[in-house]
Design a protein around this ligand. Structure first.
Ligand code: AKG
Length: 462
């Protein structure tokens, strides 16, 4: 199909598109009559209209525009010029002066669209506040990447739920829990935990304050908007906005909370104190989970802790505004996490899905539960014993959705440790599958690659 624009026509004037057996007539500003075959859409704004028809129609020599109310010349010469442009979109500018030019519509300039959007520092929330009714093209997911193989709530699969009640007090219960953690981490890479010890009030407060951060005055929020990952607080829209094939319908704020936490006054006012409280609770839970995972691998309980897997903690809080066309975009593209372990708090909206046996399986919002998933670095050091699994978040016309992902990783803080497959897990039959790397090297590779749907781990595979 072919889109052509006739702009700068005078308001109220009648324009006519003429061709043998085909005609379209309209008043600039309002549609009057149409009898054009192949027309698939007509869209009028005050002085511009767009029509679509088969290219053959446009290449036909007898087509021209005329204005019935002033002396705009006929567009008789457009045919040759169109011939040179083959499949390109055509923009015909009919100047108010009556001068007629025919220009080609430039190729889609994604970089400029992205830059203009980024410069607003207002994120997706800013678009929604401005009343956007169509998802801008920079957010459109390529069709092949967007295929929905999910059967909401209807697959035979259910994400495992591990009840941590009694894990510290009862050795028999602990053994059972370790077994469940092992199975879930090997087969799914994902599970939910309940009775994890973090009070419901803290979880609720955390979500509430994140929402307050994103819903505060845009000018105040802008002071944290940056693309400098070394900053203590990084608020932006899509960490990979300038490189990803499609932007995600969400805004995020990242704070590195360990090992060198920011001072309270450096954190955003609406959520600073709860971030400190939540991180401290998450650290305790993280240590417990790394003990269980060590035991699940047949190692001493402190093995992963001694490798500093729980030394670093990054808090990434997401805000997914309601989306006017959720079928065109995603809240988060398919990706696996770059860290050792992620613990996610999600609200009641839903949309998180895990790729399991080639099907997208919903991670149902469960009050009080936290979602745990194995990250790439844990898959690497466990030599594929535990798996880091791809997941995504669907966009939703209901919103906003709030989630808080806690990443156990030292991020860009200095950490000279070389991470490779754990020696105790290797044998002649099970040799190392990955080369050693540092956290920073891994993260640089992950961030440069962006959420393009491919695995960052492959780069380190032997
Ligand atoms: O918001 C969610 O549910 C998932 C977030 C996520 O996948 C991420 O931060 O890596």
């Amino acid at each position: 199909m072919f889109v052509s624009k006739l702009s700068a026509a005078k308001r109220g004037h009648r324009l006519v598109l003429m061709k043998k057996d085909l005609w379209l007539m309209c008043t600039a500003g309002s549609f009057m009559n149409s009898q054009i075959s192949h027309t698939v859409s007509l869209d009028f704004s005050l002085v511009t209209f767009t029509f679509c028809c088969h290219p053959k129609t446009l290449l036909s020599p007898s087509i021209y525009f005329n204005c019935l109310d002033c002396q705009l010349p006929r567009l008789q010469d457009c045919v040759e010029q169109r011939g040179n442009l083959t499949k390109q979109e055509k923009k015909m500018v009919v100047a108010n002066t009556g001068e007629v030019q025919t220009t080609s519509k430039p190729e889609y300039d994604r970089a400029s669209e992205v830059k203009a959007f980024d410069d607003t520092k207002a994120g997706v929330k800013g678009l929604v506040d401005d009343g956007v009714t169509e998802v801008p093209r920079m957010f459109h997911q390529p069709r092949d990447k967007f295929e929905k193989t999910s059967v909401p709530g209807g697959t035979q699969f259910t994400i495992p739920v591990v009840d941590l009640e009694g894990v510290k007090e009862n050795p028999i219960t602990r053994k059972e829990i370790v077994c469940e953690v092992r199975n879930a981490s090997k087969q799914w890479g994902f599970f939910q935990v309940i009775n994890h010890g973090i009070p419901m009030s803290v979880l609720e407060e955390m979500k509430d304050r994140v929402r307050r951060f994103f819903e505060q005055d845009a000018e105040v929020k802008k002071q944290y908007y940056t693309r400098d990952n070394m900053k203590k607080v990084v608020y932006n829209c899509n960490f990979d906005l300038h490189t990803a094939p499609a932007a995600n319908w969400r805004d995020s704020i990242f704070c590195s909370m360990a090992p060198n936490p920011p001072k309270l006054e450096e954190l955003p006012e609406p959520c600073g104190d709860i971030m400190v409280e939540y991180s401290s609770q998450l650290m305790s839970l993280g240590c417990l989970l790394f003990e269980l995972l060590s035991e699940a691998l047949g190692l001493n309980p402190d093995h992963l802790l001694k490798l500093d897997c729980a030394k670093g903690l990054g808090l990434l809080c997401h805000y997914y505004p309601a989306c006017p066309q959720p079928e065109l975009t995603l809240g988060a593209s398919k990706h696996a996490d770059s860290d050792f372990l992620t613990v996610l708090l999600q609200d009641h909206i839903g949309g998180l899905q895990v790729l399991h046996e080639n099907q997208w399986v919903d991670v149902p919002p469960t009050p009080g539960a936290l979602v745990v998933n194995i990250g790439d670095l844990l898959q690497l050091i466990s030599n594929d014993n535990l798996i880091s699994v791809e997941h995504r978040v669907l966009a939703n016309c209901i919103g906003p959705r709030i989630s808080v992902a806690c990443f156990f990783i030292t991020a860009f803080q200095p950490n000279p440790i070389l991470y490779g497959p754990i020696k105790e897990l290797l044998s002649e039959e099970n040799p190392a599958k990955y080369r050693e790397t540092t956290v920073i090297e891994y993260l640089i590779h992950f961030n440069e690659k962006g959420l393009d749907g491919t695995s960052a781990l492959q780069h380190f595979r032997l």
